[in-house]
Design a protein. Structure first.
Lengths: 105, 120
């Protein structure tokens, strides 16, 4: 299986901060990398697919970049509703696998 | 607006079979562009892809669960289902159904999830 490693596992941030989360794959996955946001008690919500394409309705303060093995999710200016846990997921090869999550608090 | 809703027992005894159904509204499970997926989340193992099924009935499962998993699709009811046999406490998790784009395999949308506890 392809292992997905996120860093950091958690981070402390304030409103208006620029936040960067990193995801590394154990082997190359081209741009088959997706990002999700999960609020407590809710299902994950797709933010970005194919490494850098913003899902419809997702605010433009979210952006994704990377290719190969290293990827980044950036929130340009943290809003109150952005305090949540973020997951990356590789869809290059079955079984699809997720990172362990990054909690923004 | 596409919506998915999981249903099924919230408590299953060890060694028995877990059965869940996902009802889809706003889209058809007969569509050729999507896979219909199951994903679970437990504190110990994080998010784990269980498998997916295509409208034709073709399915692909996570090798770690393959010997115990079966999925089916009911186009007449616009539903798809999951069965997981011989469950143990390690199968206790929130179970989500989700739609996956065939060309890319990202999951959107997700159902709200249902907690299944394995306990006697």
């Amino acid at each position: 299986d392809i292992q997905m490693t996120q860093s950091p596992s958690s981070l402390s941030a304030s409103l208006g901060d620029r936040v960067t989360i990193t995801c590394r794959a154990s082997q190359t996955i081209s741009n088959y990398l997706n990002w999700y946001q999960q609020e407590p008690g809710k299902a994950p919500k797709l933010l970005i697919y194919a490494a850098s394409t913003l899902q419809n309705g997702v605010p433009s303060r979210f952006s994704g970049s990377g290719s190969g093995t290293d990827f980044t999710l950036t929130i340009s200016s943290l809003h109150p509703e952005d305090f949540a846990t973020y997951y990356c997921q590789q869809s290059y090869r079955t079984p699809q696998t997720f990172g362990q999550g990054t909690k923004v608090e | 607006q596409v919506q998915l809703q999981e249903s099924g027992p919230g408590l299953v005894k060890p060694s028995e079979t877990l059965s869940l159904t996902c009802t889809v509204s706003g889209d058809s499970v007969s569509g050729r562009s999507f896979y219909w997926s199951w994903i679970r989340q437990s504190p110990g193992k994080g998010l784990e892809w269980i498998g997916h099924i295509y409208y034709s009935g073709d399915a692909d499962y996570n090798p770690s669960l393959k010997s115990r998993v079966m999925m089916s699709v009911d186009t007449s009811r616009n539903q798809f289902s999951l069965t997981l046999s011989f469950v143990t406490a390690a199968d206790t998790a929130d179970y989500y159904c989700a739609r996956a784009v065939q060309m890319g395999n990202w999951f959107d949308p997700w159902g709200q999830g249902t907690l299944v506890i394995v306990s006697s």
